[in-house]
Design a protein around this ligand. Structure first.
Ligand code: PGA
Length: 253
């Protein structure tokens, strides 16, 4: 099955309104030459409006960097799936390793977030990945299975539209990238697990992105992996021309 690639940018806690305006205008001006790739941007919550407005009239989509499992209520500082949808988002990240590390998010909570997003029609992009220590201990597959099962186990059904991002923690923001072989091996394993849980034909349609120091110079080699369906890009998504170069690199397989 051919899967339409996704190139997604995760701005994390970077950039200001003027940057978001310039970035979205630059990207929107490229729309005529857009390859058959889905483009999603995850700006900080305070810049969602700006990017949604800048992307008006383009097929580019916007997402939140996190979502609360509840639809509303007394949760200071959090944002719900209905609020993200109302702001113009189509996606949300869940389970990013920086949320797990900085906010103590565990597998169970990640599952509740993924499920809440899907129930409201917001597509979760579920991040999984092992630490350096876990890889050294040859526990990578075990960690991926545990994280994936937790994300699916909270009621995220096979019919839900979601994507996975394989993000080895040791590669995020470090300049270290997984080799194409190592990325393909992890992606194939994730698809194998998805097949066991959801059935082979559902698994064949789920996009599995690679994240972790992806940049214009290394995406083509990584994208050659048949189970690598695009990229979740941090640092290299802060500059519109490097982000566009990565979109262009995924034009054809
Ligand atoms: P990086 O971040 O591309 O800066 O390594 C990726 C991510 O955390 O999604």
């Amino acid at each position: 099955m051919s899967r339409r690639p996704i190139v997604a940018g995760n701005w994390k806690m970077n950039l200001l309104r003027s940057d978001a305006e310039a970035f979205s205008a630059a990207l929107a001006s490229e729309v005529g030459s857009q390859p058959p790739v889905d483009v999603v941007l995850f700006p900080p919550a305070v810049l969602i409006d700006t990017v949604v407005e800048g992307f008006e009239g383009t097929p580019f989509e916007v997402g939140g960097q996190d979502v609360h499992p509840a639809a509303s209520g007394a949760h200071t500082g959090d944002i719900s799936a209905p609020q993200l949808l109302d702001a113009g988002c189509a996606w949300t990240l869940v389970g990013h390793s920086e949320r797990r590390r900085d906010h103590g998010e565990d597998d169970h909570l990640v599952g509740r977030k993924a499920s809440a997003a899907a129930q409201h029609g917001l597509r979760p992009m579920i991040c999984v990945g092992e630490t350096a220590k876990e890889r050294e201990a040859e526990a990578t597959f075990e960690v991926l299975e545990r994280q994936l099962d937790a994300a699916l186990g909270e009621g995220l059904l096979g019919g839900a539209d979601f994507a996975l991002a394989y993000e080895p923690v040791w590669a995020i923001g470090t300049g270290l990238t997984a080799t194409p072989e190592l990325a393909q091996e992890a992606h194939a394993h994730l698809r194998h697990l998805l097949g066991q849980r959801l059935g082979a034909s559902v698994a064949a349609g789920i996009r599995v992105l690679y994240g972790g120091s992806a940049k214009p110079g290394n995406v083509a080699a990584l994208f050659a992996g048949p189970d690598v369906d695009g990229f979740l890009v941090g640092g290299a998504s802060l500059d519109s021309s490097s982000f566009w170069a990565m979109i262009s690199a995924c034009a054809d397989r």
